[in-house]
Design a protein around this ligand. Structure first.
Ligand SMILES: Nc1ncnc2c1ncn2[C@@H]1O[C@H](COP(=O)(O)OP(=O)(O)OP(=O)(O)O)[C@@H](O)[C@H]1O
Length: 772
């Protein structure tokens, strides 16, 4: 048997090693039985893996980018097939795909395969749950949940995991990592049970899964319980009574899933004994570090018996995770379905970015939810617990919403999440504690109400939608000062945003009406009978207006929507466009000349005007600006000198400065009370530590956030990470959530005077005007 290039933890990703190449371990008719030196890849690929959209795979792993098999050079002592299959530039050991088709043992070359070449090679049966030699009862429970075919990460992990290999793996969000370790473990337990007879009372756990958050732990527990209800799975986490967990353990247990703090407590009080653990899973290992669990994890790992099998799932590979892997994993195989260069987000997530400011973002938020979630579920991510509460409260006026963060009791958090899962309310406003691992089916929209702290958080937040192959939308809200950070984000994550404007009133009304129409479809026919006579009478009397009135009321628009600025989206303002005929008036149009013009026509308008934006079109001399509704109405009625026009517009033309340059333009940004810098609870990981394992007595002592993780999975992200931090820091000083400039006076005019150009007073109060 020739040696194969494997990805080892000893060098963590580069060294070579020996591997056996067993076949048909799952009863899969394997094309790849041995590494035959004589086989060479040709256009008839020996490697086979088919990812066809017809099978509804969670992402297009091997299709969009060319997929590569790298064949390494012969070494002096042996021929090394560096058969690293790189779907979408992912690094994936050949070992992981044993049984899926042969990697030829070939000469020193590299092959690029097109989508067409890759497709059509793998045998579909190789992903079919019924044909993998899995326990029948597992196949049946999975089938009942609609899980009939392996997802790529599950297929990649399955064979080596069943062979007993230690594994380090990563895959994109929502691609089924839980079952990737769950299926082989359940099969392993099933085999053990067959050998040893029925499961005895008081038995010690064979499986330990460590998760960084309670919610994630509960989810993994759920996945095990739903897939193998015949096993006893116990979830151990803080914030709830010890008694239930202790008695569950004493009854005998197969799988323990939990957060490190409570697990340590139960080990210490001797209710949890790890002496028979045969499988260890470290889920979201990098997150353990981020939330300060590293010490606990190390203590737990020391207590596990040697010879167990370990699997480590991690989105990034900070030094601590590498060290952990080196110390506690045995010659692990690395499976990376994300890769360095390609997009880190799961396929099917459409990304939008919208520039907002402190004043407008709340009103824009509810419109974004209306237009982009279309009545489905949405999660809004805020930076702080306080923001989560406030935003949820404000949204509740128009859309049913609840907040979720670490200050909410464990029981309430579970109620909230269940309510959201069941569709009792449609918008969850959460801090980043909900960013990782939460698997809530059919979340249509993610809104980043505040920029995430780092690219990984962006990926994980966004990954709460577009799960298991479904489509989803994520919208990033940012201020003008954060543009650079948004660009860094695109670079780091390998994604592209489509920049959008706030939804227009028309779009909001249309979406609301569509949602009402969808709800109408759910009215029970028997209920209809009660209302039909009245409906008929109304139709006779009012025709289509009757229906329109019903739609308007149900949409929450029984009163016409108030006007809204197209520039700031603030209610009660109207955006007007001023143009002058360049044939009549020569010269450059400036903001000051617009104010001057307005002063002559209607001075109240000049006094009340917000920031003036000059139109970016060489052929048009014009500008747009906001005015309060009443003043705008008056102005529109004024007679203007020939060659000048003022109109109310419904769509913004391209503007020279691309919208407001900071959060302090014109009087209209003053209306919102701004909290003082420092008075905010910054939330973040440290503050959210109690969410994770809140029952531990030492609270945050174990370290909280241990600094930003270095990311060795991605060469790019390390270098650009510092960019990110720099731009983030820079932007945070301007961030609306921290109140902007120190000493900001909420009653003071924040814009520049259009007469003299100085800040701090309006044109009407301009000292220089007195001399006119
Ligand atoms: N083979 C499959 N077929 C259909 N659905 C599946 C399959 N495997 C997993 N799922 C479902 O896909 C969803 C996402 O799975 P899971 O939560 O394990 O993803 P994940 O990769 O761990 O995501 P994250 O990185 O966000 O934690 C779950 O609802 C799960 O039940």
């Amino acid at each position: 048997m020739p040696p194969y290039h494997l990805l080892h933890s000893s060098s963590l990703f580069t060294s070579s090693g020996m591997a056996s190449c067993s076949s048909s371990i799952l009863g899969v008719p394997s094309i790849y039985q041995t590494h035959d030196q004589s086989r060479k890849p040709t256009s008839n690929l020996p490697l086979s893996f088919r990812f066809s959209t017809a099978h509804n795979y969670p992402f297009r792993p091997f299709s969009s980018a060319s997929s590569r098999i790298k064949h390494g050079a012969s070494t002096s002592n042996s021929f090394v097939t560096s058969a690293v299959f790189t779907p979408n530039s992912s690094v994936l050991s050949e070992e992981a795909f044993k049984g899926l088709g042969g990697f030829g043992n070939v000469s020193d070359s590299e092959y690029e395969y097109s989508e067409g070449e890759i497709e059509g090679v793998i045998n579909k049966d190789e992903l079919d749950m019924t044909k993998l030699g899995l326990p029948q009862r597992l196949v049946e429970t999975l089938e009942k949940r609609g899980i009939t075919q392996l997802f790529p990460i599950q297929r990649a992990v399955l064979v080596p995991a069943l062979e007993g290999r230690d594994i380090i793996a990563r895959a994109k969000t929502g691609t089924g990592k839980t079952l990737a370790f769950g299926i082989p473990i359940i099969k392993g337990l099933d085999d053990m049970e067959q050998e040893r007879g029925s499961l005895r009372r008081g038995r010690l756990p064979k499986v330990l899964v460590l998760a960084p958050t309670r919610e994630l732990a509960k989810q993994v527990e759920k996945e095990f319980k739903e897939s193998a209800p015949y096993l006893n799975t116990v979830c151990i986490y803080g914030g709830v009574s010890y008694v239930t967990q202790e008695s569950a353990l004493s009854r005998g247990v197969d799988v323990v899933v939990g957060t490190p703090g409570r697990i340590i407590d139960l080990i210490n009080n001797k209710h949890l004994k790890l002496g028979e653990v045969q499988y260890l899973v470290l889920d979201e290992a990098d997150q353990m570090l981020a939330v300060g669990f590293e010490e606990d994890v190390e203590v737990i790992l020391e207590k596990l018996p040697p010879g167990r099998q370990s699997m480590l799932f991690s989105a990034t590979m900070p030094g601590w995770v590498k060290k952990l892997a080196r110390k506690h994993l045995d010659n692990p195989l690395t499976i990376d379905l994300v890769g360095d260069n390609e997009e880190k987000l799961a396929e099917g997530i459409k990304l939008y970015a919208i520039q907002t400011n402190a004043t407008s973002k709340r009103s824009i938020l509810s419109d974004l939810v209306t237009v982009y979630a279309k009545g489905g579920k949405a999660i809004v991510f805020t930076q702080t617990k306080r923001d989560a509460d406030e935003v949820s409260l404000i949204l509740t006026n128009s859309i049913a919403s609840e907040a979720l963060h670490g200050d909410i009791s464990q029981h309430q958090r579970e109620r909230t999440l269940n309510g959201f899962r069941q569709g009792k309310f449609t918008v969850l406003v959460a801090t980043d504690v909900a960013a990782r691992g939460l698997d809530i089916p059919n979340v249509d929209l993610i809104i980043h109400y505040e920029l995430p702290n780092d690219p990984e958080t962006f990926v994980h937040r966004s990954g709460r939608t577009g799960r298991a192959g479904k489509l989803g939308t994520a919208v990033l809200m940012f201020t003008s000062g954060q543009r650079r950070t948004v660009k860094s984000l695109e670079r780091d994550v390998g994604c592209k945003f489509e920049y959008i404007s706030p939804p227009s009133i028309q779009e909001v009304l249309e979406s609301s009406a569509e949602q009402v129409v969808a709800t109408l479809g759910g009215v029970h026919p028997e209920s209809l009978e009660y209302f039909t006579p009245t409906a008929q009478k109304l139709m006779e009397q009012q025709g289509v207006n009757a229906l329109a009135a019903a739609l308007a009321t149900l949409s929450g628009f029984s009163q016409p929507p108030s006007s809204r600025s197209l520039i700031t989206h603030q209610q009660g303002l109207v955006t007007l466009q001023f143009t002058r005929d360049s044939a009549i008036t020569r010269g450059y149009l400036s903001a000051r000349s617009v104010t001057g013009f307005l002063s002559d026509v209607y001075s109240a308008a000049a006094d009340e005007i917000g920031k003036i934006h000059v139109i970016a079109d060489e052929k048009i001399q014009g500008a747009v600006f906001d005015l309060p509704e009443e003043i705008a109405k008056e102005l529109l009625n004024k007679e203007l000198p020939p060659g000048n026009t003022i109109t109310k517009i419904t769509k913004l033309p391209p503007l020279q400065d691309d919208g407001p340059s900071n959060d302090y333009y014109g009087r209209f940004s003053n209306s919102e009370r701004r909290p003082q810098r420092g008075s905010r609870d910054r939330g973040g990981f440290r503050a959210s530590r109690d969410w994770l394992d809140g029952d531990t007595s030492d609270g945050f002592k174990r370290g909280g956030r241990s600094g930003r993780s270095e990311n060795s999975w991605s060469k790019n992200s390390r270098s650009s990470g510092s960019d990110w931090l720099i731009s983030d820091r820079r932007s945070s000083s301007r961030s609306p959530s921290f109140g902007g400039r120190d000493g900001y006076n909420s009653t003071q005019f924040g814009g520049a005077c259009f007469t003299c150009g100085r800040t701090g007073h309006r044109a009407s109060e301009c000292p220089s005007k007195k001399g006119f």
